[in-house]
Design a protein around this ligand. Structure first.
Ligand code: FFO
Ligand code: ATP
Length: 183
């Protein structure tokens, strides 16, 4: 999945990123979230650097990677400083790992999602831990490029299912049996 992302030309990627941001704006207009947990794409992740600049959202939180790879949160916009793995992270007060419980919409990074809602991450287990804390009513979406919504992914009991994927062509709901019962 990473190799396919790297092989995209900058022009094709920029166009797909802009389309993904337009679809995300539609999702925000529909869900009308008070608080959104977003992320700052890095190294060819869908959405581009402007992903967290979400118009009309009262409160935007970005992840701050803890030494144990769990996720803390800080508000955005804020000055960005370099974190581990080449991540850019917001300065400002750390709100704690439970800040995600206040989010109505979570935009989570992923390399692929299956049609039954399993998300493939980068292997830190960060979002598995963070998504276990989201409110039952919250919506979890993963921005993806074309071809990254797949039929099957290997799942383990700690994997937390997601609700929908956002691609350049639109939103697609994925089916799962509940946040704490991975498909
Ligand atoms: N943009 C973005 N922010 C994010 C995540 C993410 O996946 N994307 N995370 C999602 O959890 C957390 C950070 N976790 C990360 C874990 C690994 C790598 C990474 O680059 N891993 C290398 C190999 C690491 C190594 O040297 O062992 C890789 O995948 O090539 C990056 C972020 C929080 N913020
Ligand atoms: N709640 C948890 N507490 C501690 N470790 C966990 C937890 N959930 C998952 N892990 C560990 O994290 C590791 C990586 O899991 P996995 O490969 O599913 O990550 P991922 O979903 O790809 O990554 P990420 O969530 O960071 O995007 C596994 O070794 C797993 O045991």
């Amino acid at each position: 999945m990473l190799a396919a992302r790297r092989s995209q030309t900058p022009e094709v990627r920029a166009e797909a990123d802009a389309a993904i941001r337009r679809v995300l704006a539609d999702v925000v207009a529909t869900v009308r979230p008070g608080t959104v947990c977003a992320y700052l794409p890095m190294g060819g992740e869908p959405g581009g650097a402007q992903l967290p600049d979400l118009p009309g959202v009262g409160r935007i939180l970005l992840p701050v990677l803890r030494p144990d790879l769990d996720l803390d949160w800080a508000t955005y916009p804020a000055p960005l400083v370099p974190g581990r793995y080449g991540l850019a992270e917001p300065e400002g007060p750390r709100l704690g790992v439970d800040a995600i419980t206040e989010a109505d919409l979570i935009i989570a990074p992923g390399l692929a999602v299956s049609t039954d809602g399993v998300r493939l991450g980068r292997g830190g287990g960060s979002y598995d831990r963070a998504l276990a804390r989201v409110a039952p009513s919250a919506v979890v979406v993963v921005p993806l490029y074309e071809g990254e919504l797949v039929d099957r992914l290997p799942a383990e009991p700690h994997d937390r299912p997601v609700d929908a994927v956002v691609t350049p062509t639109g939103v697609r709901l994925v089916a799962h049996t509940g946040r704490n019962h991975p498909a």
